[in-house]
Design a protein around this ligand. Structure first.
Ligand code: GLU
Length: 553
């Protein structure tokens, strides 16, 4: 029996002409050096930080080189599928503004000329390639039952030998065409294996863009390429898809590093040039001095929904991811604060080969700096979008008072050294509630006074301020002069310096007076600029709050 007859016997009705695929999916017409890469998740749940990190890097290198980034859904393990996860993956990428050039747009739709981008829809293509390999004598059927495979594994374990289907353990490799024919006719179920030509004793040199040059044993495993359900294994789908989709760079988790010799052999057995590989180490976390992998179970920040819930601007998360990705980014960004991520070129060589260390504090710092440089209108939009999903009360207030809220967010912003009080959008209500009447009125307020705590003295100060010193049209200097006069009237020094020189001459200084005015107005002893706050609140609100406090105390 010829190989061709064997192939027809094993895969009847499958067309082994793979040249049509070469024509259908031609070399891409891109500029020299363009990187074609992909995010290839299995639809088994939601995107976590590790895979977001990978797609972020992939998108970035494609951008840097005017290449292509596509989304391929790897659903060949039908047992592990989780319903609606493609939807989740697509929306997670969208939430982080990671656009795809090609690939799945939803559970059903896709875009791009190199599809289908859902592996279960590529069955015909894989089978064609499998049949081609059988014809070439590079693949063969395996009739071993699950029990037989398990027995072999136990034996190998017992004898302390490598686990797997190789060498003398590869029983079906030795079957004659007649034996195969007989088994097929007897309807014995089979799968198809790759006939490895490797020698485990030999070592090959492989290059990884992140890990560098490695020397590893050749692959000699006869791995399964076509399973009993007619779908390929990951390894074989990787060969077929990344060849036909003209992937130039495979950027993936380093759990695949050990399969690299196999993958290189698969590409070589077809006469294809293997893509370049970049194996990313898992993101790490340090806890009590011990390093471990960022864990979905233990670390809330491992879930991408965390960033959305907290309201950390997507751009800030990306800036942080870049600091994790490239060790030289932080310094570059320090010197180029007005530039964006697009101006920085990612470099595989600047990636940590042992895994970046995730630091939530640092992420919030980056976010705080980032938000401080936004325009008030951008902070307004960001907060509004966050509140829409997570705080309907604040959302209504913001929506109904757009200009007012924007002016609140504008306090000490758009200046050389802007205030840095907001680490994320979900913190903003907690820090600005006293600026919104609807919130102030219902807030559970606690006034903690400091140097001046005598209620009568406070009442007198407030009354004098309202009657004599408040003028809604004051400039900042005039307002400050009035505060000084108020301090003087009550026996407090107009300047802190004066007070320090002669503390016995005064009850205190101007700071103590302004603190009283600040606390009754906002309940807080520390706020942004009081003049700005008063200006935005306006006369009626200021007087109402002062009068109410006097009445209630
Ligand atoms: N589906 C594989 C995974 O989720 C993809 C690995 C790759 O990028 O090739 O690990």
């Amino acid at each position: 029996m010829t190989n061709k007859e064997l192939a027809d016997l094993l895969l009847p009705g499958v067309d082994s002409d793979i040249s049509k695929y070469e024509e259908k999916y031609p070399e891409r017409n891109l500029k020299e050096g363009a990187i074609v890469t992909r995010f290839a998740p299995s639809p088994t749940g939601f995107v976590h930080m590790g895979s977001l990190f990978q797609s972020f890097i992939s998108r970035k290198v494609a951008n840097d080189t005017e290449g292509i980034f596509f989304l391929r859904v790897e659903d060949t393990d039908q047992k592990r599928l989780v319903e609606n996860s493609v939807k989740g993956i697509v929306s997670d990428l969208k939430n982080f503004n990671i656009e795809i050039d090609e690939g799945m747009l939803s559970e059903e739709e896709e875009k791009g000329a190199y599809g289908p981008y859902m592996q279960s829809l590529r069955k015909e293509i894989y089978q064609s390639f499998v049949k081609y390999l059988i014809e070439q004598g590079k693949a063969y059927p395996c009739f071993c039952t699950a029990e037989e495979i398990e027995d072999t594994r136990l034996l190998q374990e017992k004898k302390k030998q490598r686990i797997g289907y190789y060498g003398r353990f590869a029983k079906c490799r030795k079957l004659t065409p007649e034996q195969i024919k007989e088994k097929v006719e007897n309807k014995e179920p089979y799968i198809i294996r790759f006939k490895s030509y490797g020698d485990f004793e030999k070592r090959i040199k492989v290059n990884d863009l992140i890990k560098g040059n490695l020397e590893v044993p050749e692959n000699d495993l006869d791995i399964v390429i076509l399973k009993s359900d007619g779908l390929p294994t990951y390894h074989f789908a990787h060969l077929v898809d990344d060849h036909l989709m003209r992937t130039t760079h495979v950027i993936r988790g380093d759990e695949w590093l050990s399969s690299l010799p196999l993958h290189i052999q698969l590409f070589e057995s077809m006469g294809y040039k293997p893509p370049k590989y970049a194996h990313i180490s898992p993101i790490m976390k340090e806890e009590n001095g011990v390093r471990r992998k960022l864990s979905k179970r233990k670390d809330p920040e491992a879930a991408v929904s965390y960033y959305h819930e907290k309201g950390i601007p997507v751009e800030a998360v990306k800036l942080y991811l870049m600091t994790l990705a490239n060790t030289n980014f932080e310094q570059w960004y320090d010197c180029n604060k007005d530039k964006s991520l697009n101006d920085f070129t990612f470099d595989f060589k600047k990636m940590s080969s042992s895994g970046g260390l995730f630091d939530v504090e640092k992420l919030f710092n980056i976010s705080r700096n980032y938000i401080s440089r936004l325009k008030a209108s951008e902070v307004y939009e960001g907060t509004l979008n966050w509140a829409k999903d997570y705080d309907s009360e604040f959302y209504e207030i913001l929506k109904n008072h757009k200009d007012y809220a924007t002016s609140v967010f504008n306090i000490e912003r758009e200046q050389k050294k802007p205030r840095k009080d907001y680490g994320c959008y979900s913190e903003i209500k907690e820090q600005t509630w006293y600026m919104f009447k609807e919130l102030f009125d219902k807030w559970d307020k606690e006034y903690v006074f400091q140097t001046i705590s005598d209620k009568e003295e406070i009442k007198n100060i407030l009354t004098a301020y309202m009657n004599k010193y408040y003028n809604e049209f004051d400039t900042k200097e005039e307002w400050f002069d009035h505060m000084k006069d108020l301090a003087h009237e009550f026996g407090y020094a107009k300047e802190v310096k004066e007070y320090k020189e002669n503390p016995d001459n005064y009850k205190g200084h101007i700071g103590d007076i302004s603190l009283v005015l600040r606390i009754v107005l906002t309940t807080k002893s520390m706020t942004p600029d009081l003049y700005d706050i008063m200006n935005i609140l306006g006369r009626d609100t200021i007087f109402e709050r002062y009068q109410n406090w006097i009445k209630e105390n």
